[in-house]
Write a new protein. Structure first.
Ligand SMILES: CC(C)(COP(=O)(O)OP(=O)(O)OC[C@H]1O[C@@H](n2cnc3c(N)ncnc32)[C@H](O)[C@@H]1OP(=O)(O)O)[C@@H](O)C(=O)NCCC(=O)NCCS
Length: 168
């Protein structure tokens, strides 16, 4: 399987909507991607392509960590999706790795995610790291964080604020 990972292009938008719609089985996340892009919140948007077909997508958008005395910039991984017939073949993992690298390349220091602990922990996301961070959506063990720069979360306690499309 020859997979290409690359940043999204304008002409990919419908395919990205279709992938999210197929993977989640409804249009909520597909529309969320459109709203994030439209609002200028698509910090990193990567697609996985096989023979010209978009089979996966991952998005990272800005969040703020509000501590008692400062606001710290971070990114949220959400949503991500792989076409059902291509799942469990490693494409999602490649998207996470590529997306995190793009975030690092852009100077992002911290990422958070609300998702399957077994999956995201493979890439260094940790619920322990996220414990001092309050999620507006709850999450328990599914609420995880990763330091893209070593030590970026040292001593950081606060609440995480998402962009408006997440709370609309
Ligand atoms: C989550 C998702 C993007 C993973 O993509 P993928 O290409 O299948 O990922 P990989 O092949 O790299 O890894 C597969 C792993 O994902 C994990 N996984 C996928 N879906 C899972 C689920 N519903 N519950 C728990 N783990 C899950 C499993 O650990 C699986 O590992 P295994 O095959 O060893 O059991 C894909 O399953 C998907 O699109 N799901 C529907 C949408 C969704 O839930 N998105 C994530 C929330 S934003």
């Amino acid at each position: 399987m020859n997979i290409t990972l690359r940043p999204e292009r304008t002409e990919d938008r419908q395919s990205i909507w279709n992938v999210n719609h197929a993977a989640f089985g409804n249009d909520a996340e597909a529309n969320l991607v459109d709203a994030l892009r439209k609002g200028g919140f698509a910090t990193v948007s990567v697609v996985a392509e096989i023979d010209g077909e978009i089979v996966g997508h991952i998005l990272f958008s800005p969040v703020s960590i509000l501590t008692s005395d400062q606001t710290i910039a971070a990114v949220s991984l959400a949503p991500m999706a792989v076409q059902p017939r291509y799942q469990r073949q490693g494409i999602g993992s490649k998207l996470v790795q590529s997306g995190l690298q793009s975030c690092r390349d852009q100077g992002c220091q911290i990422a958070v995610v609300l998702g399957h602990p077994k999956f995201y922990s493979r890439f260094g996301f940790s619920s322990d790291l996220a414990r001092p961070l309050e999620s507006p959506f709850g999450g328990g063990e599914a609420w995880m964080a990763i330091e893209l720069v070593s030590g970026a979360l040292s001593g950081v306690t606060g609440s995480v604020q998402y962009s408006p499309p997440f709370t609309a």
